[in-house]
Design a protein around this ligand. Sequence first.
Ligand code: URA
Length: 463
Amino acid sequence: MRMYDIIKRKRDGGELSDEEISFFIDGYVSGEIPDYQASALCMAVFYRGMSLRETTALTMAMVRSGDVVDLSRIPGIKVDKHSTGGVGDKTSLVVVPLVASLGVRVAKMSGRGLGHTGGTLDKLESIPGLSVSMDRTRFERIVSEVGCAIIGQTGDLVPADKRLYALRDVTATVDSIPLIASSIMSKKIAAGTDRILLDVTCGSGALMKTLDDALDLAQEMVSIGECVGRTSVALVTNMDRPLGYCIGNALEVAEAVSTLRGEGPKDLTDVCVELAATMVFLAGLGEMDVCRSLVRDQVAGGLGLAKLKEMVAAQGGEASLLDDACDSLVAPRPSREVTADRDGYLFAMDTERCGLASVALGAGRAKKDDAIDHSAGIVLVAKPGAAVRAGDVVATLHAASDSLLDEGERLFRSALDIRHERPKDTPLIYARVSGSGVERRAARRSPKGREADPSPDGPVPRP
Ligand code: URA
């Protein structure tokens, strides 16, 4: 077999055999196939696409390139959750303990912030003492005894993806549906859980900017899951605005805790209930309506919060800091209010720029090894759909210095679009994609002059 022939076949729109795909992945990981041939194949896939059979073969060849986690010693159905990334997306901190509080085991390997998007590990590390790196034995013990754990990747999972993703990043071949789907699903399959919930975000703060692309990616990943016996469901969720009101690590932990107390913003609460209910459904606890009410009851009874504290304590963190309003979790920082410069409606908020603003404030990394300021970030006051007057505060920024606040303010202001017209309502959840097809959801009307998903009267966490 020759790599030249494989590239040529894909370039000309042909279909690759499973053997050819394995030959490529094995050779690329061993170093026999050079970067220039791998990048030529990625570009051919970018233009020609892949059939579901090819994408599944690519996924499984990547799974075989490294370690595979065996969770069979942990009793029961294990369910995992993956988000394609967003801004203010702290859903894992809410959903994982909620699902575990219903007796469904969640063994979750998460990532760090990347570009403008935040990462669950960085958020968790704002809790003093908490460790996200541990060996498999301790990880399995916590999942068995507590019901959930969230850690960084252990072992050498999917080395093929590490190499290929770095190559795609510099050869303009990241945004190809078969390459993204195989990259994500290979990591989820290697992580060893039985069922997978995929949160495919869509909009200005997401990898998928359009609904068509998000639906394509969701369908492709769910189909791969079906083909390899890992039942998967995807929710396509709205990332045209940050989720909740807080962006930044400790701020987001505080907002997640208030959501687990039943006092969180409505958009975050509604998405978390749907994600958690879908995981519980995947674990076989009942139909979706039953699962939604099971999840809501856990919130009302404070059982999700109790489970989060148990998990934090088991991972070495100071769980008592999650009491009350998490006051001592967010250290005081110099702050600056950003106000509206005219009357009108907050028509849109470029969510990628909001994420970049929070990175500039210190909440994320510009370079891989940069330190994070866990208390930096943005607390929104208004979200798209809100009526504002010139001088109204739209958000408060928090950072360690005035120069960081200057840069954060410049970026945050560039994200705001205030107009006379009110934006159209868009759904919080666009669609649910499962093995039985795509179920589209409609937008709920919101009262005129109010935000599409207004916060309840409860307080938004502030440092
Ligand atoms: N996230 C991944 O893990 N892989 C991709 O290819 C894109 C986003």
